[in-house]
Ligand binder design. Structure first.
Ligand SMILES: Nc1ncnc2c1ncn2[C@@H]1O[C@H](COP(=O)(O)OP(=O)(O)OP(=O)(O)O)[C@@H](O)[C@H]1O
Length: 229
């Protein structure tokens, strides 16, 4: 479904990710872990196309999208939830969701979005900027989901979020996996969360993949060794 080969990307002269290969099948959830600053967000930005790759290729549904604009990648079904949420603070919750619709091909907001995140219905007319961090995270995920993506990129969706909302996000990811063919790449710092939702774990260090295993074969100590400073 998504095939990344020899991917290299960075900013100006500095190469941040180097020679990354990742394969994601239909309905598979891949979790990417790694210490701060190793290039996880850079990887997701390159997959969605906000950042152009310097080398390597990205194929999505057997099509080469390496040079395709990010808006076209979104239309092809790739959804993106950036780190830090990046919701529009002066627009209402509902308007933020409409922006998500425009990115894809859906015409209306599926009620399922409100089943997942009821607070977004209650606060539909409230400005995005007036929501709490956890509520904004729900909005950011919902904004990506309204376009019914076949592939979802999630950048640290549980960062700074209280445990009951982390649980809610976990339930949503598990439900999407169970009820649709959607695939995901999830950047995450919490190994237990990763284990509860992912099929495969990759660890990145200094911009390269240093560990990968199916989730049921992951040994915590080995992963923690890569994550410790
Ligand atoms: N816009 C930018 N311009 C220049 N350098 C950048 C830019 N964004 C990120 N970097 C650098 O690229 C490297 C990787 O950053 P990135 O955000 O991808 O890491 P990360 O693994 O997602 O970190 P974290 O876990 O802290 O979110 C860092 O050294 C960072 O300072």
């Amino acid at each position: 479904m998504l095939s990344i080969k020899g991917l290299e990307a960075g900013y100006e002269e500095s190469m941040v990710i180097r020679n990354i290969d990742i394969e994601v099948d239909k309905n598979q959830v891949i979790c990417v872990m790694g210490r701060n600053g190793v290039g996880k967000s850079t990887l997701l930005k390159t997959i969605i196309g906000i950042l152009q790759s310097k080398n390597g290729s990205i194929h999505y549904q057997d099509e080469d999208i390496t040079k395709t604009r990010s808006s076209i990648r979104a239309q092809k079904g790739i959804g993106y939830v950036p780190q830090g949420r990046e919701i529009f603070p002066k627009m209402t919750v509902y308007e933020n969701l409409l922006i998500g619709l425009e990115a894809g091909n859906e015409k209306r907001i599926d009620e399922k979005i409100y089943d997942y995140f009821p607070i977004l219905k209650d606060f539909a007319k409230r400005n995005g900027g007036d929501l709490s961090g956890g509520q904004q995270q729900q909005l950011a995920i919902a904004r990506a989901l309204v376009s019914n993506p076949s592939f979802l990129l999630l950048d640290e969706p549980t960062e700074g979020i209280q445990p009951n909302i982390v649980q809610l996000i976990q339930n949503v990811i598990v439900d999407i996996k169970k009820t649709s063919a959607t695939s995901m790449i999830l950047v995450e710092q919490n190994l237990n969360f990763a284990k509860s939702v992912a099929d495969y774990l990759y660890v990145i260090d200094h911009g390269s993949v240093v560990y990968k295993n199916p989730i049921d074969k992951v040994e915590d100590e080995e992963v923690y060794r890569y994550l410790s400073v």
